[in-house]
Write a protein that binds this ligand. Sequence first.
Ligand SMILES: [Fe+2]
Length: 294
Amino acid sequence: MNVRHFISFLLVFVGTLTSGFGQADAVGKTDFSFVFMTDVHIRPDSAVVAAFNRLVDTVNKLDVDFVISGGDQVFDVMRGNKAKGDSLFTLYKTLSSRIKVPVHNTVGNHELFAIYPESMEDSTHADYKYGMFKRYFGDTYYAFDHKGWHFIVLNALDVAGQKYFGQIGEDQLRWLQRDLAGVSPETPIVVTLHIPLITAFNQVYPRPDQNNDAGPAIVDRDALLAVFKKHNLRLVLQGHLHWLEDLNVENRTHFITGGSVAGRPTWRGTNFGPRGFLLFDVKEEGFKWKYIGF
Ligand SMILES: [Fe+2]
């Protein structure tokens, strides 16, 4: 797909805090609800733990079927201290286990173990890169079905030159093609990944060293979207930027960047929007969402 053509059809609703069912969507009883939270950035700080416990209590009062977490559950393990990494993953796992419904976790950049040059470990370590995440949460990409919808959680991260970057990669694209081969073209699909596939962040907050044609943050973004060309991709849930936006692209797919639990800077401020998470109500092929503080 021609990217300029694609972008020219963007309908941008930045900073909107709620979004209703579309006109074509039936009104009435919600089929199911779920929570999308992202960028928890848990750390062993009593104020952070108290805030996350409040979030868990808030989620537990909602009648949702499951929670999806968009990555950066912990902050962080990139410098390769195994004892610290284990304590962070254990802390998140323990605290999030109080959530009464299943939690589906996405890998974020801060979960990539020992990738930085200053790390005390290297690529020979069993926990390197995805290893520690996998040890606690299992595969970094997977899919599940729920009440007629198909949910896909992707790993949008890889490492080169001891830096992380956005990439899906050929192995995962092949897995995705195999997965979608068993999904009908009509089935509504939700994709979750940490690095945004499409975002207007750089348009709203341009940097002097970066113009608006800087290109996608996921290098094989177009190859990924091409896989969905004959499928009903309704919703892409994104994290990483710690800000909230809802892009309705070609009135077909909403690319939603889900704010953040931790704020920005991490647990020290609320630049680019308040702390919170998204509650989705799904009805047939439509959905609405609202952003909830805690
Ligand atoms: Fe983050």
